[in-house]
Design a protein around this ligand. Structure first.
Ligand code: ZN
Length: 358
Protein backbone atom coordinates (compact mmCIF):
# COMPACT_ATOMS: atom_id res chain seq x y z
CA UNK A 1 0.00 0.00 0.00
CA UNK A 2 1.33 3.45 -0.88
CA UNK A 3 2.04 5.91 1.90
CA UNK A 4 0.56 9.35 1.40
CA UNK A 5 2.68 11.19 3.94
CA UNK A 6 -0.31 13.04 5.39
CA UNK A 7 -1.17 12.94 9.05
CA UNK A 8 -4.37 11.33 10.23
CA UNK A 9 -7.11 13.84 9.45
CA UNK A 10 -8.39 14.69 12.90
CA UNK A 11 -11.69 16.47 13.53
CA UNK A 12 -13.90 17.36 16.46
CA UNK A 13 -16.32 14.41 16.69
CA UNK A 14 -19.50 16.22 17.78
CA UNK A 15 -20.80 19.57 16.64
CA UNK A 16 -24.01 21.45 17.35
CA UNK A 17 -24.72 24.24 14.85
CA UNK A 18 -27.28 27.02 14.76
CA UNK A 19 -28.60 30.13 16.44
CA UNK A 20 -29.57 29.33 20.00
CA UNK A 21 -27.64 26.04 20.04
CA UNK A 22 -25.94 27.00 23.32
CA UNK A 23 -29.24 26.33 25.07
CA UNK A 24 -28.77 22.67 24.16
CA UNK A 25 -25.35 22.40 25.87
CA UNK A 26 -26.70 19.65 28.19
CA UNK A 27 -27.05 17.32 25.21
CA UNK A 28 -23.30 17.42 24.67
CA UNK A 29 -22.21 17.06 28.30
CA UNK A 30 -21.57 13.76 30.08
CA UNK A 31 -24.35 13.34 32.63
CA UNK A 32 -23.58 13.80 36.31
CA UNK A 33 -23.87 10.50 38.20
CA UNK A 34 -23.78 11.79 41.75
CA UNK A 35 -24.16 14.98 43.76
CA UNK A 36 -20.38 15.26 43.86
CA UNK A 37 -20.00 15.52 40.08
CA UNK A 38 -19.28 18.93 38.66
CA UNK A 39 -18.33 20.84 35.52
CA UNK A 40 -15.76 23.62 35.15
CA UNK A 41 -16.77 26.52 32.91
CA UNK A 42 -13.99 28.75 31.62
CA UNK A 43 -15.75 31.85 30.35
CA UNK A 44 -14.40 35.02 28.75
CA UNK A 45 -15.06 37.72 31.34
CA UNK A 46 -16.27 40.08 28.60
CA UNK A 47 -19.38 37.87 28.49
CA UNK A 48 -20.32 38.63 32.08
CA UNK A 49 -22.43 41.54 30.89
CA UNK A 50 -24.27 39.45 28.30
CA UNK A 51 -26.15 37.21 30.69
CA UNK A 52 -24.27 34.12 29.59
CA UNK A 53 -24.73 32.49 33.00
CA UNK A 54 -28.49 32.27 32.51
CA UNK A 55 -27.89 30.31 29.34
CA UNK A 56 -25.47 27.78 30.81
CA UNK A 57 -27.20 27.59 34.22
CA UNK A 58 -24.39 26.13 36.34
CA UNK A 59 -25.52 24.40 39.54
CA UNK A 60 -24.01 24.92 42.99
CA UNK A 61 -21.28 22.30 42.49
CA UNK A 62 -20.01 23.67 39.19
CA UNK A 63 -17.10 26.08 38.99
CA UNK A 64 -17.41 29.13 36.77
CA UNK A 65 -14.06 30.79 36.07
CA UNK A 66 -14.25 34.20 34.42
CA UNK A 67 -11.12 34.48 32.32
CA UNK A 68 -9.66 37.93 31.48
CA UNK A 69 -9.28 37.06 27.80
CA UNK A 70 -9.09 40.53 26.30
CA UNK A 71 -6.26 41.70 28.58
CA UNK A 72 -3.48 39.81 26.81
CA UNK A 73 -2.57 36.46 25.29
CA UNK A 74 -3.18 33.61 27.77
CA UNK A 75 -0.14 32.22 29.56
CA UNK A 76 1.14 28.91 30.92
CA UNK A 77 1.19 30.55 34.37
CA UNK A 78 -2.54 31.31 34.14
CA UNK A 79 -3.33 27.73 33.13
CA UNK A 80 -1.21 26.35 35.99
CA UNK A 81 -2.95 28.69 38.44
CA UNK A 82 -6.36 27.60 37.18
CA UNK A 83 -5.45 23.95 37.63
CA UNK A 84 -4.27 24.68 41.20
CA UNK A 85 -7.56 26.40 41.91
CA UNK A 86 -9.60 23.40 40.75
CA UNK A 87 -7.40 20.97 42.69
CA UNK A 88 -7.54 23.15 45.82
CA UNK A 89 -11.33 23.29 45.63
CA UNK A 90 -12.09 19.69 44.69
CA UNK A 91 -8.98 17.64 45.51
CA UNK A 92 -8.55 14.54 43.37
CA UNK A 93 -12.13 14.58 42.04
CA UNK A 94 -11.88 15.54 38.37
CA UNK A 95 -14.66 17.52 36.72
CA UNK A 96 -16.99 15.60 34.39
CA UNK A 97 -16.29 18.22 31.75
CA UNK A 98 -14.45 21.46 31.06
CA UNK A 99 -16.43 23.93 28.97
CA UNK A 100 -14.58 26.79 27.28
CA UNK A 101 -16.76 29.73 26.24
CA UNK A 102 -14.96 32.62 24.58
CA UNK A 103 -12.67 33.60 21.75
CA UNK A 104 -9.49 31.77 20.82
CA UNK A 105 -7.83 32.61 24.14
CA UNK A 106 -10.67 31.40 26.33
CA UNK A 107 -11.06 28.20 24.33
CA UNK A 108 -7.31 27.54 24.38
CA UNK A 109 -7.23 27.95 28.17
CA UNK A 110 -10.10 25.47 28.52
CA UNK A 111 -8.30 22.96 26.29
CA UNK A 112 -5.07 23.36 28.23
CA UNK A 113 -6.84 23.06 31.59
CA UNK A 114 -8.56 19.86 30.49
CA UNK A 115 -5.20 18.37 29.53
CA UNK A 116 -3.34 19.62 32.60
CA UNK A 117 -5.90 18.15 35.04
CA UNK A 118 -4.77 14.71 33.85
CA UNK A 119 -1.04 15.37 33.38
CA UNK A 120 1.67 16.12 35.94
CA UNK A 121 3.88 19.17 36.20
CA UNK A 122 3.74 22.63 34.65
CA UNK A 123 1.93 23.24 31.34
CA UNK A 124 5.11 24.69 29.80
CA UNK A 125 6.57 21.20 29.51
CA UNK A 126 3.84 20.18 27.09
CA UNK A 127 4.25 23.09 24.67
CA UNK A 128 5.26 21.39 21.46
CA UNK A 129 4.14 18.53 19.21
CA UNK A 130 2.54 15.42 20.73
CA UNK A 131 4.16 15.75 24.14
CA UNK A 132 1.00 15.02 26.17
CA UNK A 133 0.96 11.41 27.51
CA UNK A 134 -2.57 11.24 28.98
CA UNK A 135 -5.97 12.20 27.58
CA UNK A 136 -7.59 15.18 29.31
CA UNK A 137 -11.01 15.71 30.83
CA UNK A 138 -13.95 15.72 28.37
CA UNK A 139 -14.13 19.21 26.90
CA UNK A 140 -16.61 21.33 25.03
CA UNK A 141 -15.75 24.50 23.10
CA UNK A 142 -18.11 27.39 22.45
CA UNK A 143 -16.67 30.22 20.34
CA UNK A 144 -18.04 33.67 21.10
CA UNK A 145 -15.63 35.41 18.71
CA UNK A 146 -15.04 33.92 15.26
CA UNK A 147 -11.79 33.51 13.41
CA UNK A 148 -9.18 31.74 15.50
CA UNK A 149 -10.37 28.28 14.50
CA UNK A 150 -9.51 27.18 18.06
CA UNK A 151 -12.84 25.37 18.10
CA UNK A 152 -11.53 23.03 15.40
CA UNK A 153 -7.83 22.82 16.17
CA UNK A 154 -5.49 20.60 18.16
CA UNK A 155 -3.58 23.57 19.47
CA UNK A 156 -3.81 25.43 22.76
CA UNK A 157 -1.49 28.38 22.23
CA UNK A 158 0.04 29.78 25.40
CA UNK A 159 2.54 32.47 26.23
CA UNK A 160 5.51 31.23 28.24
CA UNK A 161 8.35 33.24 29.73
CA UNK A 162 10.31 33.53 26.52
CA UNK A 163 8.14 32.00 23.86
CA UNK A 164 4.63 31.72 22.54
CA UNK A 165 3.88 28.13 21.68
CA UNK A 166 1.04 25.65 21.38
CA UNK A 167 0.32 22.50 23.29
CA UNK A 168 -0.32 20.54 20.13
CA UNK A 169 -1.82 17.12 20.74
CA UNK A 170 -4.81 15.00 19.79
CA UNK A 171 -5.71 15.34 23.48
CA UNK A 172 -5.98 19.11 23.21
CA UNK A 173 -8.80 18.89 20.70
CA UNK A 174 -12.38 19.45 21.87
CA UNK A 175 -14.71 16.46 22.22
CA UNK A 176 -17.65 18.62 21.16
CA UNK A 177 -18.26 22.19 20.02
CA UNK A 178 -21.25 24.49 19.70
CA UNK A 179 -21.41 26.99 16.83
CA UNK A 180 -24.13 29.43 17.87
CA UNK A 181 -23.91 32.65 15.89
CA UNK A 182 -26.12 34.54 18.34
CA UNK A 183 -23.00 34.59 20.55
CA UNK A 184 -20.89 36.63 18.13
CA UNK A 185 -23.48 39.32 17.46
CA UNK A 186 -22.17 41.65 20.17
CA UNK A 187 -18.43 41.40 19.42
CA UNK A 188 -16.93 44.91 19.09
CA UNK A 189 -16.30 45.92 15.46
CA UNK A 190 -12.48 45.94 15.53
CA UNK A 191 -12.19 42.72 17.48
CA UNK A 192 -14.56 41.04 15.03
CA UNK A 193 -12.38 42.26 12.17
CA UNK A 194 -9.01 41.29 13.66
CA UNK A 195 -10.25 37.87 14.64
CA UNK A 196 -12.00 37.35 11.30
CA UNK A 197 -8.74 38.18 9.55
CA UNK A 198 -7.03 35.44 11.56
CA UNK A 199 -9.33 33.05 9.70
CA UNK A 200 -8.65 34.77 6.38
CA UNK A 201 -4.90 34.43 6.96
CA UNK A 202 -5.25 30.75 7.97
CA UNK A 203 -6.94 30.09 4.64
CA UNK A 204 -4.34 31.95 2.59
CA UNK A 205 -1.42 30.32 4.40
CA UNK A 206 -2.97 26.90 4.11
CA UNK A 207 -3.70 27.29 0.38
CA UNK A 208 -0.28 28.73 -0.42
CA UNK A 209 1.66 26.21 1.64
CA UNK A 210 3.59 23.14 0.58
CA UNK A 211 1.76 20.93 3.12
CA UNK A 212 -1.63 21.39 1.46
CA UNK A 213 -3.76 18.46 0.33
CA UNK A 214 -7.13 18.43 -1.43
CA UNK A 215 -9.09 17.82 1.74
CA UNK A 216 -7.50 20.82 3.48
CA UNK A 217 -7.81 22.83 0.25
CA UNK A 218 -11.54 22.14 0.06
CA UNK A 219 -12.03 23.55 3.55
CA UNK A 220 -9.65 26.49 3.13
CA UNK A 221 -11.03 27.66 -0.21
CA UNK A 222 -14.63 27.55 0.98
CA UNK A 223 -13.68 29.36 4.19
CA UNK A 224 -11.82 32.00 2.18
CA UNK A 225 -14.87 32.54 -0.02
CA UNK A 226 -17.05 32.96 3.08
CA UNK A 227 -14.58 35.43 4.61
CA UNK A 228 -14.76 37.55 1.47
CA UNK A 229 -18.56 37.49 1.54
CA UNK A 230 -18.54 38.56 5.16
CA UNK A 231 -15.90 41.29 4.94
CA UNK A 232 -16.37 42.54 1.37
CA UNK A 233 -20.04 41.66 0.84
CA UNK A 234 -22.98 41.23 3.16
CA UNK A 235 -22.31 37.78 4.56
CA UNK A 236 -23.97 36.66 7.78
CA UNK A 237 -22.68 35.70 11.21
CA UNK A 238 -23.48 32.06 10.41
CA UNK A 239 -21.10 32.37 7.45
CA UNK A 240 -18.38 33.85 9.63
CA UNK A 241 -18.74 31.07 12.20
CA UNK A 242 -18.58 28.47 9.45
CA UNK A 243 -15.52 30.14 7.91
CA UNK A 244 -13.71 30.13 11.25
CA UNK A 245 -14.45 26.45 11.76
CA UNK A 246 -13.50 25.39 8.21
CA UNK A 247 -10.37 27.55 8.30
CA UNK A 248 -9.42 25.82 11.55
CA UNK A 249 -10.06 22.38 10.04
CA UNK A 250 -7.84 23.21 7.09
CA UNK A 251 -5.02 24.34 9.40
CA UNK A 252 -5.20 21.20 11.56
CA UNK A 253 -4.49 19.28 8.41
CA UNK A 254 -2.00 21.62 6.78
CA UNK A 255 -0.08 24.45 8.46
CA UNK A 256 0.11 28.22 8.86
CA UNK A 257 2.84 30.29 7.18
CA UNK A 258 4.98 33.44 7.12
CA UNK A 259 2.34 35.70 8.66
CA UNK A 260 1.90 33.57 11.77
CA UNK A 261 5.65 33.08 12.08
CA UNK A 262 6.09 36.86 12.28
CA UNK A 263 3.00 37.56 14.34
CA UNK A 264 4.18 35.36 17.22
CA UNK A 265 7.16 37.69 17.65
CA UNK A 266 4.82 40.69 17.79
CA UNK A 267 2.67 39.07 20.47
CA UNK A 268 5.74 38.12 22.48
CA UNK A 269 7.39 41.56 22.55
CA UNK A 270 4.51 43.97 22.03
CA UNK A 271 1.77 41.99 23.73
CA UNK A 272 -0.41 42.16 20.61
CA UNK A 273 -3.46 39.94 20.54
CA UNK A 274 -3.19 37.18 17.95
CA UNK A 275 -5.67 38.44 15.35
CA UNK A 276 -4.36 41.98 15.53
CA UNK A 277 -0.73 40.81 15.26
CA UNK A 278 -1.65 38.86 12.13
CA UNK A 279 -3.24 41.94 10.57
CA UNK A 280 -0.11 44.01 11.23
CA UNK A 281 2.16 41.31 9.78
CA UNK A 282 -0.02 40.39 6.79
CA UNK A 283 -0.08 43.99 5.62
CA UNK A 284 3.63 43.82 4.65
CA UNK A 285 3.62 40.37 3.03
CA UNK A 286 2.90 41.31 -0.61
CA UNK A 287 5.83 39.30 -1.88
CA UNK A 288 4.44 36.10 -0.36
CA UNK A 289 0.67 36.55 -0.53
CA UNK A 290 0.24 39.38 -3.09
CA UNK A 291 -3.38 39.26 -4.33
CA UNK A 292 -4.69 38.26 -0.92
CA UNK A 293 -2.90 41.18 0.71
CA UNK A 294 -4.63 43.49 -1.79
CA UNK A 295 -8.02 42.04 -0.85
CA UNK A 296 -7.08 42.38 2.81
CA UNK A 297 -6.45 46.11 2.32
CA UNK A 298 -9.89 46.45 0.70
CA UNK A 299 -11.36 44.85 3.80
CA UNK A 300 -9.44 47.24 6.06
CA UNK A 301 -10.86 50.17 4.07
CA UNK A 302 -14.38 48.89 4.01
CA UNK A 303 -14.41 48.38 7.79
CA UNK A 304 -12.48 51.56 8.62
CA UNK A 305 -9.81 49.66 10.44
CA UNK A 306 -6.52 51.53 10.71
CA UNK A 307 -3.34 49.64 11.51
CA UNK A 308 -0.49 51.21 13.45
CA UNK A 309 2.76 52.06 11.67
CA UNK A 310 6.42 52.05 12.72
CA UNK A 311 5.60 49.69 15.52
CA UNK A 312 9.20 48.55 16.03
CA UNK A 313 10.59 52.05 16.42
CA UNK A 314 10.52 51.93 20.20
CA UNK A 315 12.05 48.45 20.46
CA UNK A 316 15.71 48.05 21.34
CA UNK A 317 18.03 45.63 19.57
CA UNK A 318 17.56 42.90 22.20
CA UNK A 319 13.80 43.00 21.76
CA UNK A 320 14.22 42.81 17.98
CA UNK A 321 16.59 39.88 18.46
CA UNK A 322 14.00 38.02 20.57
CA UNK A 323 11.40 38.59 17.86
CA UNK A 324 13.73 37.19 15.22
CA UNK A 325 14.44 34.18 17.44
CA UNK A 326 10.74 33.59 17.93
CA UNK A 327 10.14 33.69 14.19
CA UNK A 328 13.01 31.30 13.47
CA UNK A 329 11.49 28.82 15.93
CA UNK A 330 8.39 28.60 13.73
CA UNK A 331 9.98 25.87 11.66
CA UNK A 332 6.83 24.08 10.58
CA UNK A 333 5.01 27.20 9.34
CA UNK A 334 8.11 28.41 7.53
CA UNK A 335 8.68 25.00 5.98
CA UNK A 336 5.06 25.00 4.89
CA UNK A 337 5.34 28.46 3.36
CA UNK A 338 8.78 28.31 1.77
CA UNK A 339 9.79 24.65 1.58
CA UNK A 340 12.53 22.66 3.29
CA UNK A 341 15.19 25.25 2.43
CA UNK A 342 13.32 28.13 4.06
CA UNK A 343 16.41 29.18 6.02
CA UNK A 344 18.05 30.39 2.81
CA UNK A 345 15.21 32.82 2.27
CA UNK A 346 14.00 33.70 5.76
CA UNK A 347 17.30 34.98 7.13
CA UNK A 348 17.72 37.18 10.20
CA UNK A 349 18.21 40.16 7.91
CA UNK A 350 15.03 39.38 6.01
CA UNK A 351 13.00 38.99 9.19
CA UNK A 352 14.35 42.27 10.58
CA UNK A 353 13.51 43.99 7.30
CA UNK A 354 9.93 42.70 7.41
CA UNK A 355 9.47 43.81 11.02
CA UNK A 356 10.95 47.17 10.02
CA UNK A 357 8.20 47.64 7.42
CA UNK A 358 5.41 47.12 9.93
ZN1 ZN B 1 -4.12 32.17 13.79
Amino acid sequence: MAMTGFRIFKQVPRLLFGTGALDRLDELLPAKQSGEDYYVFVVDDALQVHGIEQRIHPDGRDMVEWFPATAKEPSTAQVDALKQKVVAARGAALPKAVIGIGGGSGMDVAKALSVMLCNEGPSSQYQGWDLVPHAGVYKVGVPTVSGSGAEASRTAVLMGKDRKFGINSDYSMFDAIILDSSLIASVPREQRFHSGMDCYVHCVESLQGTMINELARGNASKALELCKEVFLGDGTDDMLMTASYMGGVSIVNSEVGVCHALSYGLSLELGYRHGFANCVAFNVLDEYYGPWVEDFRKMLDRHNVVLPTRICEKLDSQAMERMVEMTLRMERPLTNALGENWRNEMTREKILALYGEM
